[in-house]
Design a protein around this ligand. Sequence first.
Ligand code: ASP
Length: 324
Amino acid sequence: MKRRYFLKTAGAAGLSIPFINSCAGFSATGTENSINTTIPVSINTWNFQEAGSTAGKLLNEGKSALDAVQQGVMVEEANLENTTVGNGGTPDREGDVTLDACVMAPDGNCGSVAYLKNIEHPVAVARKVMEETPHVMLVGEGAYNFAIQQGFTSKNLLTENAEKEWEKWLKEKDYKPIINIENHDTIGMLAIDREGDIAGACTTSGLAYKMQGRVGDSPIIGSGLFLDNEVGGAVATGMGEEIIKNVSSFLVVELMRQGKNPQEACEIAIKRIVKNNSNYTDFQVALLAITKQGEVGSYCIHPGFTYVINMNGENKSIESGSYL
Ligand code: ASP
């Protein structure tokens, strides 16, 4: 089992984020592999640097963690180059771009949308669900109609490039829609603001060429995202079906509540998925967590999962330890 921890991209000035480059065996009781950060801080999945900078800037201006995570992930929802989140996302098998997103606030309130079409910023709609409705989750047409009522505009989210790729995919008759580790890139973000409060957001276009109607873990509270303002938070990316089956973000937060540090918690939760799947080498799942004190940990099945920490006005990109 390889464990790799190293800074991938450093900002201009060196940050004093301690990191470990260790080949030592994992100790379930050790705390040596968590990363200590200072508050305010944001963390986000994958190499979404601009999302991290946007959230960090807002946190340093004194904005709330909830505003920071929403604005942070919205950068990727609007990014046409990113084919896994928001506008420009890869469509389902029928050629429809359908989006899933959620937000969670420090008071435990949350909002979510799933199978939402033609709205560029599902995370903003999720926040409206949280703030303007008695519900937690709206899906499909209901979510779309609600978004329009709230003043969002309808927009075609299928870019020319994504359409071309989908057409190519349609022609590949022998294509098996198994999930490979390349097409995962959901953005999940957690932030702790100056007040010490934690909030989170998660947004995705889901798996490439998924079946029509498929919803992944990202909008499911407890699966793609969970937090507790007394403990900390966790976000997930990768094969949503396995994350849902194991309620992974909730599990990580509950493990931290019981005293595990975020690194240990993520490792235990990933090993639970591995234990429950003989075919775990066929898919990727990555978990990222932070405690209320700013301690960060992450773990994944396949090597290659990176995440961004923003603090003191700078991003650090870090490669997660992995089971394989
Ligand atoms: N977790 C997402 C889903 O299953 C995929 C991803 O992380 O890209 O929809």
